[in-house]
Design a protein around this ligand. Structure first.
Ligand code: BEZ
Length: 391
């Protein structure tokens, strides 16, 4: 029943408290320390803010406590920079002694967090980054994801594009795990259905100099283009694709991050685009409507997929803490509760797979005005294969 203790002084203080108040229950009365490691600057800054907003919204709806514990937040701006990730996560674990890590957006940073969580046993809830390794070879009892694996929206879109009769596709993305794995998922289902990837174009993250690559696409003249971009990069890519005159001649398809949280800035350039994702802002269910209303009231903003994932990260923590009566050290009981839970998400209720990644419907969405309108389910209850995960 004792929380993580890392210094002799802390151990002494806790023992004294327990002696005075009659036992380890005293430890549960202390605040639970949450390390929020998210981007607050750079191309993914808005995504980090939306995740934190969503997380706090759920906590506030529960009266500020989860599993009977009040929460205390320690925040780190990870800048979506993998080179700083090991230092940043170690500061949270070793200096700040956080009980739970919540982060992050960028897959390269998330892989460092996954390794640190696995090595130290610290609870980790990933509220966005789809790095396949985190719920693959790195999977662990104390690691959970409230979002998706990069493979999931890509795989669903490969089937959609093949069904539309496109045969030759060019892919374009940033050269890092998220782009590679999103294209990998697309390629897997698209080639299985007889399609061909004629060129895989990449540029380094977070570069947005797309012009030369757009010229190359125009000269190849594929049947269609598949892409992964998100945040500020997605805004610029969609505008540049349209401005280059390609939107009218070569249909553009993407993982839904291409148009999520970006529509105000993309304007008419995004109109009509088809994407696949585990959320759509127009999902007309009582659960989603209540979430959207609560978020809009609290933040004077419309939520997006990132806000929804932050909200569900808090729900995951709440389920685990309820089962352990607030004791985060009871990892086996915490995991067991989540492995049998149905999480009442604004996206639709979902369960976690054996690798602790959501098994979920991947929607086909179309941009209509300022909305990602759900027009169908591209892949029902799609589970990430969890390749390499041994728990
Ligand atoms: C990623 O790096 O995994 C990622 C970043 C933004 C949106 C989706 C995925």
């Amino acid at each position: 029943m004792t929380p993580k203790i890392r210094t002799p002084l802390a151990a002494l203080a806790l023992a004294a408290a327990a002696a005075l108040t009659g036992g380890p229950a005293a430890a549960q009365a202390s605040k639970l320390k949450i390390g929020l490691m998210l981007p607050y600057t750079g191309t993914y800054a808005a995504l980090g803010v939306a995740i934190e907003n969503g997380f706090r919204l759920y906590v506030d709806e529960q009266g500020g406590k989860l599993g009977g514990r009040e929460l205390e937040f320690v925040k780190v701006d990870d800048e979506s920079d993998p080179a700083k990730a090991v230092d940043n996560v170690n500061k949270l674990i070793k200096r700040d002694n956080v009980d739970v890590l919540v982060g992050t957006v960028h897959s390269g940073v998330a892989m460092a967090m996954g390794k640190a969580a696995k090595d130290s046993g610290t609870m980790l809830i990933v509220p966005n980054a789809g790095a396949v390794a985190v719920t693959g070879p790195m999977c662990a009892k104390n690691i959970f994801r409230s979002s998706f694996s990069n493979w999931q929206p890509g795989y669903a879109m490969g089937e959609v594009v093949a069904k539309k009769g496109h045969k030759k596709v060019v892919t374009i993305t940033w050269k890092y795990a998220a782009g590679d794995e999103s294209v990998g998922g697309f390629k897997e289902s698209f080639t299985k259905a007889g399609g061909q990837i004629v060129k895989e174009l990449t540029l380094p993250f977070p570069n947005v100099e797309f012009q030369a690559l757009l010229t190359e696409i125009a000269s190849i003249k594929p049947d269609a283009v598949y892409t992964f971009f998100a945040g500020g990069g997605a805004v610029k890519f969609v505008k540049d694709y349209d401005a280059a005159g390609l939107k009218k001649t070569i249909p553009l398809y993407g993982a839904g991050f291409l148009t999520d949280g970006t529509l105000e800035a993309q304007g008419a350039a995004a109109e009509g685009l088809l994407t696949t994702l585990h959320y759509g802002d127009g999902l007309d269910t009582p659960r989603n409507n209540a979430f959207r209303l609560g978020y809009a009231k609290a933040y004077k903003l419309q939520p997006d997929v990132y806000a929804m994932q932050g909200y569900d990260a808090a729900q995951i923590l709440a389920i685990g803490l309820k089962a352990t009566k607030g004791d985060i050290a009871k990892k086996t009981e915490f995991a067991a509760a989540l492995e049998k839970a149905r999480i009442d998400s604004p996206r639709g209720a979902f369960a976690l797979g054996k690798n602790h990644n959501p098994v979920q419907d991947i929607y086909l969405r179309q941009v209509v005005g300022k909305e990602n309108k759900v027009i169908g389910v591209a892949s029902k209850q799609l589970a990430d294969p969890g390749r390499g995960c041994k728990m």
